[in-house]
Ligand binder design. Structure first.
Ligand code: SF4
Ligand code: SF4
Length: 320
């Protein structure tokens, strides 16, 4: 039997989360994801939309039920941390997806989740575990289930007032709560701006086909890019923000960016010539503690070359 001291007080959890800089926080009972969502995930994987991200299909039973990930789990606490940086890179250099400009979000969010557990008097492993994109947790499902926002047609979580420029994290805790949140109704209405903005045709009414998405191709996929990818990338050499930039919920963000996610002066100063001459040592120094390490040096260079090749005038023999 749970004593009063064992019960999470929803109001306290949310107040501590806000104090730590999370812009949204909600709670839901730890339970299997609902049948409709489980069927959608299975359909999406069976169609191969995950591309080479095989880890999404592995340990699926854990992804579909957090109680299998954390035995004894009673409550999922979902949080969102806003990241939209205010500083940009040189317009005559290259762009990177906004989320990748500052510190690696995995480290920042997990560290804050640990602080949240400590503030609530909870101990990692004994009382539950923090997660941020490193374990089979269906993060967007839980963010929606905990009432943080809704899944937009660009397949990103949209948080009222904060748009989709948010990182997600979860605590899966072995304690019940005094109150749970309910999902928000989707507010995309008849809008299709993100679908129309996607240069790769990766978004459909059925969701995202990662195999076409520039974010997947430029970060997750190893080896050569499919033909025509460079021309779709514009000047962005890591990820893609086009469907987020198109969203009106991202147009007027009132919040101040978290300093952890601002680009370093060295990254801001990079010229096109410096990008072209980037050595493995430069890459390591520029992206120490950054999510960009995921693409690896070879991947980033491949992306730069693809953008440059697409921008180059045709060779004389090919010219009209
Ligand atoms: S990230 Fe880019 S390529 Fe991927 S769905 Fe959005 S707009 Fe399309
Ligand atoms: S651009 Fe429109 S359809 Fe897409 S997520 Fe935003 S509101 Fe929804």
């Amino acid at each position: 039997m749970n004593t009063e001291a064992d019960i999470l007080i929803s109001r306290t959890v949310k107040a501590e989360a806000a104090r730590l800089g999370f812009c949204a926080c909600g709670l839901a009972p730890a339970a299997p994801v609902d049948a409709a969502h489980a069927a959608y995930v299975r359909r999406w994987l069976a169609a191969g939309c995950q591309g080479e991200m095989d880890y999404l299909a592995r340990r699926l039973e854990l992804r579909l039920d957090p109680r299998q990930l954390v035995p004894g789990a009673r409550t999922v606490v979902a949080v969102a941390l806003p990241y939209a940086p205010t500083a940009a890179l040189r317009p005559d250099g290259y762009a990177l997806a906004r989320y990748a400009l500052g510190r690696d979000y995995h480290d920042v969010v997990r560290e804050r989740l640990r602080r949240l557990m400590a503030a609530l008097g909870l101990h990692e492993d004994a009382d539950g575990r923090p997660f941020c994109d490193t374990a089979p947790v269906d993060e967007r499902y839980w963010a929606v289930r905990c009432g943080l926002g809704w899944t937009g047609r660009n397949r990103q979580l949209v948080v009222p007032g904060y748009g989709s420029y948010v990182f997600l994290g979860e605590l899966v805790l072995c304690r019940p709560a005094d109150a749970y949140d309910v999902p928000l109704a989707p507010r995309c209405g008849g809008c299709r701006r993100c679908l129309d903005a996607c240069p790769a045709g990766a978004l459909t009414a059925d969701g995202l086909d990662a195999r076409r998405c520039l974010s997947y191709l430029t970060i997750e996929q190893r080896g050569p890019l499919p033909p025509g990818t460079g021309a779709r990338m514009g000047r962005c050499i890591y990820g893609c923000d086009r469907c987020a930039e198109a969203c009106l919920w991202n147009a007027r963000l009132a919040h101040a960016a978290d300093p952890a996610f601002e680009p370093s002066p060295a990254l801001r100063a990079m010229t096109a010539a410096q990008w072209h001459a980037l050595s493995p040592e430069d890459y390591r120094a520029l992206f120490r503690g950054s999510a960009v390490r995921r693409a690896k040096y070879e991947g980033l260079l491949r992306n730069i070359r693809a953008v440059e090749a697409a921008a180059a005038p045709p060779a004389e023999a090919d010219a009209p």
